[in-house]
Design a protein around this ligand. Structure first.
Ligand code: HEC
Length: 229
């Protein structure tokens, strides 16, 4: 008959406790290390789209789709073009670069990099014959040189257009016509040799200066009201 020994009981309990604790730790460690492995794998699979000042170039060297230009920093230009040309819209692939004017760029990051902006990063550039300087970059808080919040306007595009406005995707229109955009694109100072400007282009640039004087720009806090008519 065993005599009840409280010390032994405590030791036994301790050992059992330590063992189960150890098991918990081992399981936790196992989960942690597989998580690390998984994350490493995910990181390898989805390398961030590295964007620097040298990522940008003379915009007329990119590929024109209707009124705007596209490219892909990860070499997947055919997928970018397929979405840009699709009549039903779609989701642009990571690395996509979209531009309408030399100083404003949208670059698509990896899935999950910025859910609020559908993974688009907005750039405001200073362009000159020397190249591109990034004046501002980021997500929902980037404003252009006129104080207009990129995201506040682009979020108005219907979901199937992945934040791309053009003229018919649901964004409030801006009073800049395509002759003006074409003239701005052709006069990108980074282009060597410079694109020749026609008289129409020159007239459009003069008219644009007048328009820009009175252009209202939405702020981040108050997205532009969507026209009710
Ligand atoms: C006042 C609203 C407004 C603001 C602010 C604005 N955009 Fe836009 N953006 C538009 C509209 C509308 C178009 C389509 C114009 C057209 O095709 O006639 C457009 C076009 C573009 C395009 C070509 C693809 C498309 O969506 O049609 C890019 C790229 C772009 N904008 C980037 C930017 C970036 C980057 C910023 C901020 C630095 C910015 N925009 C700020 C309204 C805005």
């Amino acid at each position: 008959m065993s005599v009840f020994n409280p010390m032994e009981q405590i030791t036994f309990q301790r050992t059992a406790h330590t063992k189960s604790l150890m098991r918990v730790w081992l399981v936790a460690l196992g989960i942690a290390s597989s998580l690390v492995a998984f994350e490493a794998h995910a990181a390898a699979a989805a390398k961030p789209v590295g964007v620097s000042e040298t990522s940008f170039q003379c915009m007329t060297k990119m590929t024109k789709v209707r009124g705007f230009y596209v490219d892909n920093l990860l070499g997947n230009k055919s997928k970018t073009l397929a979405v840009a040309k699709s009549k039903k819209g779609g989701v642009y692939p990571p690395g996509s670069v979209v531009q309408l004017v030399p100083g404003e760029v949208m670059v698509k990051g990896q899935p999950g990099s910025s859910p609020a902006t559908k993974d688009w990063e907005f750039f405001e550039l200073d362009v000159s014959p020397e190249g591109s300087k990034i004046r501002r970059r980021g997500y929902a808080d980037v404003v252009n040189r006129f104080g207009g919040n990129c995201f506040a306007c682009h979020v108005q595009a219907k979901p199937e257009w992945d934040m791309i406005c053009e003229q018919s995707h649901g964004c409030q229109p801006i009073p800049v016509n395509h002759a003006m955009f074409t003239a701005l694109q052709k006069s990108d100072p980074r282009c060597v040799p410079a694109n020749p400007l026609t008289q129409e282009d020159k007239d459009a640039l003069v008219a644009l200066q007048e328009v820009m004087k009175n252009l209202p720009m939405p702020k981040a806090e108050s997205p532009a009201p969507v026209a009710s008519n």
